[in-house]
Design a protein around this ligand. Sequence first.
Ligand code: LLP
Length: 402
Amino acid sequence: MIDFKKLVSEYKTPLYIYDLDYMSSQYTELKDAFKARKSILCYAVKANSNLSVIRHFAKLGSGADCVSIGEVHRAFLAGIPAYKIIFSGVGKTDDEIRQAIEKDILYINVESEAELSRVEIIAKDLDTTCRISIRVNPNIDPQTHPYISTGLHDNKFGVDLGTAKRMYIKANNSQNLNPVGIHFHIGSQLTELKPIYESAEIVADLVRSLQNLKIQLKFFDVGGGLGIKYKDENLIDTYEYAQAILATLKGLDLTVICEPGRFLTANAGYFVSKVLYEKQNGEKKFLVIDGAMNDLLRPALYSAYHKIEAVTDSKSDVRAVDIVGPVCESGDFFAKDYPLPELSHNDLVVVHSAGAYGFGMGSNYNTRGRSAEVALENGEARLIRKRETFDDLIALEKEFLD
Ligand code: LLP
């Protein structure tokens, strides 16, 4: 049981709290599921990019999946070795590609023919060879929220099979490119195994046809996407997940790479706010808290459900309330018509499953400083990011005041 009151008395609100021990157990469960093969879990840094969180995974032996050179630098700073860092994303700048090559990371995940050409030109300019992987878009519907679905040709991600094959041939013939991997990632918060299995089969078949062309890959990167329980979702069993993927790789000597984000961190995280007031507009009841959409955007952006718990002595019956923040947007809510008892000023409201795509998607909208972040490990709490101050928010502007 986490003592939210005690943590809040020390670190104030709004506050993110991460249970690192829970992250370890998720990591170990998934890593063990792949134990029949060589595998690397490359933590998807975007899910929660706090340096101490990345360092925690580094200590467990994790690699890192990064989508900007900033994330690559974070991974290095946190102690992830270069040979376990991969760099994905549909739009990499020349400068990002150059830095990734210079840092000699495991590979760059290439997402278009045009990008392959840029990587080749830059590698040539640096007089080196760049290890690459190609992201294949298998055109499979992952059956998740459209905003986090990436595996259909309608989505901007990856390349179709024919293009991928052409790109491998080009890379294989290039002095400056070394094709070592193949990648797919069909979406996030996946709760059905079938689309993952079907994608893996398609991509494994492509590996086989490349072998016939004497193009020998080493890494089979299955992306991330494993769903978690926010409410009552069907969960994919990790063992069955790994078995389904491994079944598609019969006869192939490949190291499996998996890029989990949400699975490792979401349910390790709590976002804690204080109640400011209750108010009523006509029949509608609102609970106004000191956290807002700039702290946790998921409900506003995806209408995402997060379980909410009140920490209170209130003995009242529950009623339906909209839980909202102070930001000047009607979209600034955590939940609508949520059953909570009557709460008083300074009671706590805890938003669950906030460890992935929470803090990282935050902003300074309405000139609100971002929350502090606290880690729990072996029963101890420690600060891993200070609360932003007003001075932090204006630091890059104030010299320009005339
Ligand atoms: N690999 C790639 C190439 C990705 O694009 C992503 C996530 C991951 C791995 C990690 O996926 P995960 O295991 O966390 O599902 N902001 C959204 C989620 C966006 C996911 C983007 N890509 C949300 O809050 O639901």
